[in-house]
Design a protein around this ligand. Sequence first.
Ligand SMILES: Nc1nc2c(ncn2[C@@H]2O[C@H](COP(=O)(O)OP(=O)(O)OP(=O)(O)O)[C@@H](O)[C@H]2O)c(=O)[nH]1
Length: 349
Amino acid sequence: MDRCGLSLHISNIAYAGRMAVLTLPEAILLLALPLAAAGVTLFARQRRALRECQLAVAAHQRAEARMREIIDSLPARISQFDRQERVLYANRYCGVVYRCDPADLVGKTIREVRGDKAYATIKTYIDRVLAGEHVSYEHALERDGELRHYQQDYVPDVDAAGRVQGFYSVSFEITDRQRAAEVLDRLTRTDPLTGLMNRREFEQRLPEAVARCRRFGKPMALLFLDVDHFKAVNDTFGHATGDEVLKAFAHQLAGAVRQTDTVARLAGDEFVVILEALTRADEAALVAQKIVQAVNQPFDGAAAVRQVSASAGLALHDGGESTAEQLLARADAALYDAKAAGRNTFCVR
Ligand SMILES: Nc1nc2c(ncn2[C@@H]2O[C@H](COP(=O)(O)OP(=O)(O)OP(=O)(O)O)[C@@H](O)[C@H]2O)c(=O)[nH]1
């Protein structure tokens, strides 16, 4: 009952008092009834308000539980750090990756969680996110004895005043994507028939080798090989046998050089070898001789073609001004010299 209603009620009592003489209990009852009614109304309102508040809290708790369930169910590491790089929150998947209860991570620093070595690498990203930048990078972690790759995002946690008070970290596993990319990368660099490097990869590696030769002053050489009379192999035994010969030849060639030497198939029956960090320039001629002899050995197994020979052109680089293209052109010219000299040999330019 509001103030106006109460004064109206009292004036009604006064009027009633004038009309009839009330007993005391009747007067008290008359006064108490509206007050009790007002109390009941107030109580009901308070109860309704309390109920609404309880419902709101329950709804909030349900929403929070749902959010937490979603965050915990995602196959991603989601965590929150303060400015001192301490874990404030870590979702369930963090526990899966770090093999612990995620609650045990809370309070630890990122350095304690990731270890000194990883921390040295990621410190720069942490500094950037704490300076307010959204940072993305990829990294690898060993899990179950296997190297797994992750896409990592750091997002600044900014307070109402615009200050960075920490950061959120989200990390998705990208191992499958990474492996697919590696396979694709390998395919783009490899000759599918022989498994050797292809021309594209060779064209990238030769200038790098020339640059190293110039920088460190260690002589290098390029050997350009071509199988002798290979057309006759195809014409006599068919293309499939020709392919088998190329594979066997590639195997012999790769076996005749060091693991660190670069061996590539440029096209058809043309192969190249980059010989780096030679101690003396004439060492290249010895290696060329050894290679020409090695590829002239009979093939393993009972193939239709038991043996081939190859001619080779050798070009040396002493660390001077020659470019990769010039080196390749010299080796190519030397190869023609070797063909003209009767094949199954090498010439130098
Ligand atoms: N089997 C097979 N043959 C190929 C492939 N690529 C190119 N060839 C063939 O390889 C042969 C290359 O022959 P050439 O090098 O031109 O001639 P050659 O008979 O070896 O003669 P010389 O080099 O002068 O001794 C051609 O017949 C091409 O068709 C391949 O991937 N597989």
